[in-house]
Design a protein around this ligand. Structure first.
Ligand code: HEC
Ligand code: HEC
Length: 390
């Protein structure tokens, strides 16, 4: 008897925790503390506070079919549906991964069109379907041979990443491996409105700015159209009978302000002696060659632990998406700040722990991974304690 009611109690607790996790940004919810996880990055004026809160409501909003949800793409009904762990703006678990598909022509060719949708990105398979839209998870198994999963990363601190001078990032490239350490690092250069700009966001650094990512995700994840601005990102008309743009300019501006002013994830306790010695090992064995501890901007340091460059740390057998300027196996070094909150890890979410992520480093990072394996058990534990402090 006792254990049954106990179990029922636990079940009740779990389901109310779940409800809480999915529904916690009400219009009257207060502003989290400045610099806290899910809070603003600086103290805001009254007007800015209203914009920030409105932007958070846009990010949290469950779009409905009558608002234009789900066409041409439908992976979730809000931004928060994938970016929520442990607070709004966080990461998502593997069951929320987005799939990309392509045909590689036996490994020699470029990804080709598999879903002939005139409005959307043909590489993206929608996870969800709406009554009047064919199930887009369907693809032709006879010609499809590339399946890539992408896990939802957290979106904290992106405004700071955007302000890192491009020159500082470009200076870290070593495309011809002149220093002979096996690590290259190339920037993702994108052609946008006849200019060449640095890609900073997304697993393959395929998007240059936070605003462009907001446009892009509205279309590719929620099927919500955005105003025509000249940006090649986002979808501005989707023929679903709902007036375009489905997202008003005011909501767009608020959403962008929220994302640009979402604080970087704070460290747990950087002065903890074990974490502090772990950082020394991290640097000593070469993790910091790609996971650059910090960049400087005008008024602050940006301790993101990434060089924002593309590296191939996969195996030779790996087959994934190829994009112009980001070949098979090349991913942007992911920032490690906030790591203790952002599991699962790697582009496909295949690593459940930081240790599994380290063990999966091959290719350009193979030498560094071997150096990690050669560390003493105490040193490895310190390095992991450092990661767990981020
Ligand atoms: C179905 C899950 C899902 C939904 C819904 C979703 N995202 Fe994402 N988000 C992802 C995935 C997966 C990635 C990585 C995509 C990639 O790089 O290909 C991502 C990446 C991002 C990034 C880049 C972060 C970085 O560090 O580079 C931003 C910004 C972002 N999403 C914002 C949004 C916004 C804004 C919305 C709502 C309009 C949204 N997302 C809706 C899954 C989702
Ligand atoms: C050659 C550059 C390079 C080196 C050296 C390197 N990494 Fe990485 N790291 C990457 C890239 C690129 C990824 C993403 C790969 C992917 O998603 O497939 C990554 C992913 C990770 C992740 C997962 C992060 C996340 O959010 O998913 C962790 C943790 C990590 N690295 C820690 C380390 C540690 C610790 C070391 C040293 C032992 C190290 N890395 C050395 C480039 C590097």
């Amino acid at each position: 008897m006792r254990s049954t009611s106990l179990r029922r109690g636990v079940l009740l607790l779990c389901s109310s925790a779940l409800l809480l996790a999915f529904q916690f940004v009400g219009p009257t919810d207060p502003l989290p503390a400045t610099g806290s996880l899910g809070g603003p990055d600086r103290s805001l004026t009254w007007g800015e506070t209203q914009d920030w809160l409105r932007g958070r409501r846009v990010f949290d909003h469950d779009f409905s079919l009558s608002e234009g949800l789900g066409r041409p793409h439908y992976n979730g009904d809000s931004c928060r549906s994938c970016h929520f762990d442990p607070v709004v703006g966080g990461s998502g678990d593997v069951d929320l991964n987005v799939s990309r598909v392509a045909r590689s022509f036996g490994g020699t060719g470029f990804a080709t069109v598999l879903n002939a949708d005139p409005f959307g990105n043909p590489q993206i398979l929608s996870r969800l379907t709406r009554p009047d839209n064919a199930r887009r998870e369907e693809y032709d198994p006879a010609i499809t041979d590339i399946f890539e999963q992408r896990n939802a990363p957290p979106v904290f601190g992106l405004g700071l990443i955007e302000r890192i001078p491009a020159t500082a990032i470009l200076a870290q490239q070593d495309p011809n491996d002149l220093n002979g350490d096996g690590i290259r690092g190339v920037a993702r250069m994108l052609s946008v409105q006849s200019a060449t700009v640095l890609g900073r966001f997304g697993w393959k650094a395929q998007v240059p700015t936070v605003r462009d990512f907001l446009r892009d995700a509205m279309g590719e994840e929620n099927g919500i159209t955005v105003a025509v601005t000249g940006s090649p990102f986002g979808i501005s008309a989707d023929g679903d009978g709902i007036a375009d743009p489905e997202l008003s300019s005011d909501d767009f501006e608020a959403g962008a302000f929220f994302l640009e002013h979402l604080a970087a994830p704070p460290r747990a306790n950087p002065t903890h002696p074990q974490a502090a010695s772990g950082l020394l090992f991290f640097t000593q064995i070469g993790c910091a060659k790609c996971h650059t501890p910090s960049f400087n901007i005008d008024d602050a340091a940006v301790p993101l632990f990434s060089n924002l460059l593309l590296h191939n740390v996969g195996t030779e057998e790996f087959r994934g998406m190829q994009e112009n300027g980001a070949g098979n196996g090349f991913y942007r070094t992911p920032p490690l700040w906030g790591l203790r909150h952002s599991k699962p890890y790697m582009h496909d979410g295949s690593a459940e722990t930081p240790l599994m992520a380290i063990r999966a480093h091959e290719g350009e990072a193979a030498g560094v991974r071997v150096a990690f394996d050669a560390l003493s058990a105490t040193a490895q534990a310190a390095l992991l304690a450092f990661l767990d402090d981020l």
